[in-house]
Design a protein around this ligand. Structure first.
Ligand SMILES: *Cc1c(COP(=O)(O)O)cnc(C)c1O
Length: 223
């Protein structure tokens, strides 16, 4: 499926006006297809599998900002720690500790989002609200100094029920605000809410998204 650069340009301008960041989800897409988007002036790309991400990172230019958006196994953190720009999918303290360890080895501070479970589906990873609060108040987390939590990520239920999707995005936004007040009071870096994909990004933005992750709208349907 060819990249729809026309759609992409329109989308990018709409998001730019609203001040919402765009992560172009390039999973399963070829390097030439990514290059096409890159050449139009876009530098943030998201992948959900470490191996695919690392292969593409080697082949593409160094000024691309890579985002990991899918579930991350602790034993794979070391492969992306030298270059990853943002990890959207932190779903356990164990993983956060591993990221901290590998970040320190690379003399980096790695930006992360906590993935929050908001959908009515069994298969999705993430913390519920209570688990996230427990993590953020734990001494173990507070002792990590090579990771920086800059916000939350969430995926809504895959459904046509727009009201339901809105409710889920609304809930994660409220939770974000609560954490901002209680756990990140003097931390201006805690400002990102990564919600919204091709089918629900408009609702996500209306409900406070600062960062959308979009693949299908730009590249067409994945095989
Ligand atoms: C694949 C994926 C997306 C993009 O989905 P589209 O429907 O193609 O826009 C966004 N976020 C995550 C976590 C994904 O795995």
């Amino acid at each position: 499926m060819p990249t729809d650069l026309n759609n992409f340009t329109i989308l990018r301008n709409v998001l730019l006006k609203k001040g919402v960041k765009l992560v172009v989800v390039s999973k399963t897409q070829t390097v030439p297809a990514i290059m096409e988007v890159y050449r139009s002036g876009h530098k943030s790309f998201g992948e959900n599998r470490v191996q695919e991400l690392v292969e593409k990172q080697k082949l593409l230019t160094d000024d691309i900002e890579w985002h990991l958006i899918g579930h991350l196994q602790t034993n794979k953190v070391k492969h992306i720690a030298p270059f990853i720009s943002l990890i959207h999918s932190v779903d356990s303290l164990k993983l956060l500790k591993e990221i901290n360890k590998e970040a320190a080895k690379n003399n980096r501070i790695i930006d992360c989002l906590l993935q929050i479970y908001i959908a009515k589906e069994e298969t999705k990873y993430g913390f519920n609200f209570d688990e996230a609060k427990i993590l953020l108040h734990s001494d173990e987390y507070l002792g990590l100094n090579a990771v920086r939590i800059i916000g939350l990520m969430g995926m809504a239920t895959f459904t046509d029920d727009k009201k339901h999707i809105r409710k889920e995005f609304h809930e994660i936004r409220n939770f974000f605000n609560e954490l901002k007040l209680n756990c990140f009071k003097n931390k201006p870096e805690f400002k990102e809410l990564s919600t919204g994909m091709s089918n629900d990004y408009n609702i996500a933005i209306e409900e406070g998204s600062t960062m959308v992750r979009i693949g299908t709208l730009i590249f067409g349907k994945r095989n």
